[in-house]
Write a protein that binds this ligand. Structure first.
Ligand SMILES: Cc1ncc(COP(=O)(O)O)c(C=O)c1O
Length: 399
């Protein structure tokens, strides 16, 4: 296939949402009701999501970041406390801990993987005082080793908050990712496995936690705004503010998109899984590439490849540059947080403090993986990734 890389229409984007006439109709219907903000549609999206995933409660939020913040706040994580998470993640997973004046306690990745090391969590819980929560992140949609994480945490009564931003839907024999700990948070950001443009969902089986989150989500008001305007009792204007809450609600306009996306989640997963398997089949015999873990329970939000150290004569960044030049959108997940100025300065961290996160970062890049990726694009990506590697193969390494 010949690609004109000067033509923007010929560029394969790194990520694309998969939206159809159903989402368009749903938005128009909401526009016509005259009620644009949080109301019955958001409520129905929450119920459908809770039913789908098998939790007592699902609370739609303006983002996963907001959802994570709400969970930590509702759990009462105090200023100065520590919350365990992994540096190999997006900014949101740790910034929410800082919002509360608490501190992320970084635990490195598991050997050879992208997810947090349960052994490191156990060690931290044994040695460090003042750890008030554990926040594992299912990187790219690969489930963390939740049995071990929950075992360590529950023995010390420490809540587990799953950052499941990448992990909808990942079903396991113990339930869906996001439902395995005290609470889980999903993201519906534009690039995620299902999307509302911006948005998130908190799920939990703890009714008290859900109630606190519900109040905190909307200004700390003790009744949802919809009730306030729609109940025609004599005191329908009345409300109380019981906390300094936030403006973290999801409007009906976005929830309408979410409801339609939710119906398509299995279809989307099947398509992403098929693409992942195409990549795995194509790359498994290339000794300069290391494949992501191919577990059966994987959301395949990301397909993260690693370059085997010293196997090529070009750097990771040059590999990416050459692929982008050939018309393929490539990204990197993740530049670890301990390399970021804020955390580096605040905690005096050095790159080698988290050697596994650092090693993965230095050689990783992510390929496009989304339902709308055409067969010819998939083949083109496979051909170019293979060709660039082979053209810059380090023959000395192979000897
Ligand atoms: C691991 C992880 N957690 C949380 C978030 C935050 O999601 P949102 O953009 O919905 O706030 C992201 C966003 O990409 C993420 O990658």
């Amino acid at each position: 296939m010949n690609r004109n890389t000067n033509n923007p229409d010929d560029f394969i984007p790194f990520a694309l949402p998969c939206l159809g006439p159903e989402e368009e109709r749903a938005v128009i219907n909401v526009l016509r009701t005259g009620w644009l903000t949080t109301g019955t549609v958001a409520g129905s999206f929450e119920r459908a999501f809770a039913e789908r995933i098998g939790t007592a409660k699902a609370l739609a939020t303006s983002s996963a970041t907001a959802g994570l913040h709400l969970v930590l706040k509702a759990l009462g994580i105090p200023r100065g406390a520590r919350v365990i998470t992994c540096p190999f993640t997006f900014a949101a997973s740790a910034e929410v801990i800082r919002y509360l004046g608490a501190h992320p306690y970084f635990v490195d990745c598991e050997p050879d993987g992208f997810n947090i090391d349960p052994g490191g969590i156990e060690k931290a819980l044994l040695e460090k005082r003042n750890i008030k929560a554990v926040l594992p992140v299912h990187i790219g949609g690969e489930l963390c080793r939740m049995d071990a994480i929950i075992d360590s945490s529950s023995r010390r009564n420490v809540p587990v908050i799953e950052d499941a931003a990448h992990a909808f839907p990942v079903n396991t024999d113990r339930g869906y990712a996001g439902t395995l700990g005290t609470a889980g948070v999903f993201s519906f950001y534009a690039t995620k496995t299902i999307t509302t443009g911006e948005g998130g969902m908190v799920v939990t089986n703890d009714p008290e936690l859900a109630d606190s989150i519900s109040v905190l989500r909307l200004h700390g008001i003790d009744r949802v705004i919809w009730d306030r305007y729609r109940s025609y009792s004599y005191n329908s204007w009345e409300y109380d503010v019981v906390d300094a809450g936030y403006k973290y609600n999801m409007p009906d306009l976005l929830a309408a998109v979410g409801r339609e996306q939710l119906k398509k989640a299995d279809l989307f997963l099947a398509k992403r899984t098929k693409i992942a398997h195409r990549y795995i089949d194509a790359f498994q015999n290339l000794d300069f590439l290391k494949l992501p873990c191919n577990t059966p329970n994987h959301a395949w939000h990301l397909f993260i490849l690693r370059i085997v150290p010293d196997s090529l004569t070009i750097s990771r960044d040059e590999y990416i540059r050459l692929l982008v030049k050939r018309g393929i959108g490539i990204s990197v997940h993740f530049k670890p947080l301990h390399l970021m100025t804020y955390y580096k300065k605040l905690y005096g961290l050095k790159p080698e403090d988290f050697p596994r996160a650092l090693a993965s970062f230095e050689c990783c890049f992510s390929l496009p993986i989304y339902p709308g990726l055409t067969e010819s694009s998939i083949q083109y990506i496979i051909d170019q990734v293979t060709a660039v590697g082979k053209e810059h193969y380090n023959t000395i390494h192979a000897e």
